[in-house]
Design a protein around this ligand. Structure first.
Ligand code: HEM
Ligand code: HEM
Length: 476
């Protein structure tokens, strides 16, 4: 089904706005926490003696707010726009939407409190508190994991109802991605937060944790991000995607190969070699799947290249797609045993995490916000130069951060292999960490330009006029 551009009240702008505002606050706080944590590496952390604000707590706040505060709220906002448009039906209930919003933000706040008061669950990326003393059913905090599962079930119901109503129609690929993203999110979350601690401790639990980390990013963030790109790019360019078949191949490739690659987070570990081989092979298959998506996006832009000049949204999307390609190229190396021996436990992995979560998925969300925000608040963008500052500071900052940490990781890895002393490795890393902090300040500066611009736009007197924003049928 073709996405439509019209303004009937199918879509709840109130819910989109709520989730976007929460997402923006979460990103700002997450980046501020990342910036503070980066100072710890330089010996300038402002509260070295505070137990409450210990750097380890701040790191948890940084990563969890980026994932659950920014990405999940951002994707939910966009889904509130896309699903009714693609199905022709409203979501189940606006009241339930407000409840879901409240439940999700409560879970986030309870997690932040849990991190500060030492109640994090000791599972990588599953740190959201279970609320129970480990291994028992004695409550020692708010049971966040349970609340998240309730929130996720409500969210899935909210969106699955309009999708179910449209079951007679031929689904556009975005809906396939969304359905799978919802179902996988719930299953993945339960798996990662319950099995390693309660059912399978030890190396088997670590294998499941690897699967959990990987599935969270690959079976929720990736399908939601791809689904949004497949919806918004054709909508803005006013032309269909280049190949529907390729988009469907991408979907089934993701569904089939992605879950099997989780163990690549723990290569050269006590996990049996044949399992590691399997993970490496399916990860390489995923590289092919990602390539189908990137090719599809770029072929869609054919004949409309000038949109890169005229539309900030398209600029964000395609800058994100280029970074996607770069970091996936990097992943193809990092997943091999040869590279793992060098780069595991180094800043190389941190460079990958930032490039993909910020350079790709955050850029895509910024693209959607750039296109959607004036339509939500019915005002023209307050300042074009602030939009440009946001874009260029973000691009420059993330490119610098990526190469800086990748090189730091390589040098670290080789020094470690040559059995250099640990303190020499730290001395070598400090200039790279300075560059990381400076590039982080650029990202933060860019974000502040973007957020101020959103605020000033909402307050502006200049009414939004749709005709001023249409990309001509033949833009080149
Ligand atoms: C102001 C900009 C930022 C700075 C200065 C910054 C800094 C940091 C630092 C210092 C770490 C810890 C690295 C380590 O433990 O060795 C980290 C981890 C991480 N950050 Fe950021 N960050 C920033 C923005 C972001 C954004 C916007 C996202 C996501 C949207 C993000 C996602 C992550 C992730 C996923 C990790 C965990 C990486 C891993 O465990 O391998 N960061 N960041
Ligand atoms: C082409 C697809 C991808 C491949 C091949 C890939 C590969 C890898 C590998 C091999 C690692 C482990 C590195 C190590 O610890 O030595 C890793 C870590 C990581 N990846 Fe990816 N990745 C992909 C996509 C993504 C996506 C889409 C995201 C996020 C949206 C992501 C976020 C992360 C994060 C946060 C880590 C660090 C995890 C930790 O804290 O240990 N990756 N990736």
């Amino acid at each position: 089904m073709q996405p439509q551009l019209s303004s009937e009240p199918l879509v709840s702008y109130k819910l989109i706005k709520l989730h976007l505002i929460a997402a923006a606050i979460a990103l700002l706080l997450s980046m501020a926490a990342g910036f503070l944590y980066s100072l710890q590496f330089l010996g300038y952390y402002p509260w070295p003696d505070s137990e409450l604000l210990a750097p380890g707590h701040i790191r948890l706040i940084h990563t969890n707010l980026a994932a659950y505060g920014w990405l999940v709220n951002g994707f939910t906002a966009m889904t509130y726009y896309a699903v009714p448009r693609l199905t022709g039906s409203k979501v189940l209930s606006e009241k339930m939407g407000t409840l879901i919003f409240a439940v999700w933000q409560f879970a986030l706040l309870a997690s932040l409190g849990g991190f500060l008061f030492n109640r994090a669950q000791a599972i990588e990326w599953g740190e959201t508190p279970t609320g129970f003393r480990p291994g028992t059913f004695d409550l020692n905090w708010i049971p966040v994991d349970l609340i998240v599962v309730i929130g996720a079930v409500l969210l899935i119901t909210q969106f699955m109802v309009p999708i179910y109503k449209a079951r007679e129609q031929k689904f556009y690929v975005t809906l396939w991605y969304f359905i799978s993203g919802f179902v996988w999110l719930a299953l993945t979350y339960l798996m990662g937060n319950i099995i390693p601690e309660w059912v399978l401790p030890g190396a088997a639990g670590a294998a499941v944790t690897g699967l959990f980390i990987h599935d969270l990013v690959g079976l929720y963030v990736t399908p939601m991000g791809w689904g949004l790109m497949y919806f918004f790019v054709p909508l803005i360019l006013k032309k269909p995607i280049w190949s529907h078949s390729l988009s469907v191949i991408g979907f089934w490739g993701l569904a089939f190969f992605y879950p099997l690659g989780g163990v690549h987070h723990f290569l050269i570990s006590p996990i049996p070699d044949y399992v590691e081989y399997g993970a490496i092979t399916t990860t390489l298959a995923i590289e092919v799947v990602v390539t189908t998506v990137v090719v599809n996006f770029f072929m869609t832009l054919r004949g409309k290249w000038s949109a890169l000049r005229t539309s900030f949204a398209i600029r964000w999307f395609y800058a994100g797609a280029v970074m996607y390609f770069i970091t996936c190229f990097q992943c193809a190396f990092q997943v091999t045993w040869m590279f793992q021996k060098i780069i595991h436990f180094t800043d190389w992995v941190v460079s990958h995490a930032h490039m993909i979560m910020f350079g790709t998925f955050t850029f895509w969300l910024f693209g959607v916000i750039d296109w959607l925000w004036p339509r939500i608040v019915r005002r023209e963008w307050h300042s074009t130069s602030l939009r440009a500052w946001h874009f260029w500071l973000s691009v420059t900052g993330i490119v610098v951060m990526f190469f800086d940490l990748m090189i730091a990781g390589l040098v670290h890895g080789f020094m470690q292999r040559e059995l250099n002393h640990w303190t020499d490795i730290i001395d070598m890393s400090i200039p790279f960490w300075w560059v990381r902090t400076v590039s982080g300040a650029m990202l933060l500066g860019g974000l502040m330009c973007g957020l101020y611009n959103m605020y000033a736009t909402a307050k502006s007197d200049v009414e939004y006029v749709e005709e001023n924003h249409l990309i001509p049928a033949s833009a080149d």
